[in-house]
Write a protein that binds this ligand. Structure first.
Ligand code: NAP
Length: 237
């Protein structure tokens, strides 16, 4: 196996953390970019993905520590729940900024290394809500749908350069983001209600996403690009 340098955004929590741990267990050198990285963790770098200056600075620090980055997983995300008629433009903009513009900044910042290497893997964590829609989440669903679109278009541009770009939309995964929504009564039912409606009859685990990303980041996945690969227990088909 070839050891690569990987960056996982949102890698301090939930799905991103599981992906970072899995890529590391796979043998890669992994750096995490997050708003609030754990103190004392030398492989975690503080950056707000909406701020290009911070992203560039963090990527420069990662390059200095590990070398060129050829695997990028964009998992940083921010949800939001508001009736559309009550949604302020500022709230709309922040959710678009984190979920969509953050992907733009991180991909642009990491891409020169992949182009130079003639090899790269980009995985964007979108959302099953881009497939199904979700009431009170217009901003979030719009952003995640755009991430799926960006993924398809970029895959066509970067395929000839040896770089694959795929999106993995999670559905109903047990993370702090989901549990906070549950606590606030925003899930549209209890976790048990959702499990009963999920064909595989369980809640998803961050490790389910991590396994998919591990494969997409591997040599074996070189013929898979521009794909939207749902990890949702059959909730969307
Ligand atoms: P999570 O536990 O809240 O993790 C998200 C991480 O992203 C957190 O560490 C968060 O930091 C970080 N983050 C937020 N805004 C950021 C920013 N501007 N710059 C850098 N880092 C930022 O949520 P999760 O459930 O693991 O979500 C991971 C991804 O999966 C997200 O893109 C989410 O939209 C997507 N997703 C999750 C589910 C699900 O069922 N859980 C379903 C569909 C899609 P703070 O905690 O400090 O804010």
């Amino acid at each position: 196996m070839v050891v690569r340098n990987a960056v996982v955004t949102g890698g301090a929590s939930g799905i991103g953390r599981a992906i970072a741990q899995r890529l590391s267990a796979d043998g890669h050198r992994v750096a995490v970019l997050d708003l609030n990285p754990p103190a004392g963790d030398e492989s975690a770098f503080k950056a707000d993905v909406t701020d290009r200056g911070q992203v560039d600075e963090a990527l420069a620090a990662v390059r200095e520590r590990l070398g060129p980055v050829t695997i990028l997983v964009n998992a940083a995300g921010l949800d939001g729940f508001k009736r559309f008629t009550d949604l302020s433009f500022e709230a709309w903009q922040r959710v678009i900024d984190v979920n969509l513009n953050g992907v733009f900044h991180c991909v642009q910042a990491a891409l020169p290394d992949m182009l130079e290497a003639g090899w790269g893997r980009i995985v964007n964590i979108s959302s099953s809500s881009a497939h199904s829609g979700q009431p009170f989440m217009t901003h979030y669903v719009a952003a995640k749908s755009a991430v799926n679109g960006l993924t398809k278009a970029l895959a066509l541009e970067l395929g000839p350069k040896g770089i694959t770009v795929n999106a993995v939309p999670p559905g109903f995964i047990d993370t702090p983001m989901l549990r906070k929504a549950e606590e606030r009564g925003l899930l549209g039912g209890t976790v048990e209600d959702h499990i009963a409606r999920t064909p595989v009859r369980r809640i998803g685990r961050p490790e389910d996403l991590a396994a998919t990303c591990s494969f997409l980041a591997s040599e074996d996945a070189g013929y898979i690009t521009g794909q939207i690969i749902g990890v949702n227990g059959g909730r969307n088909t």
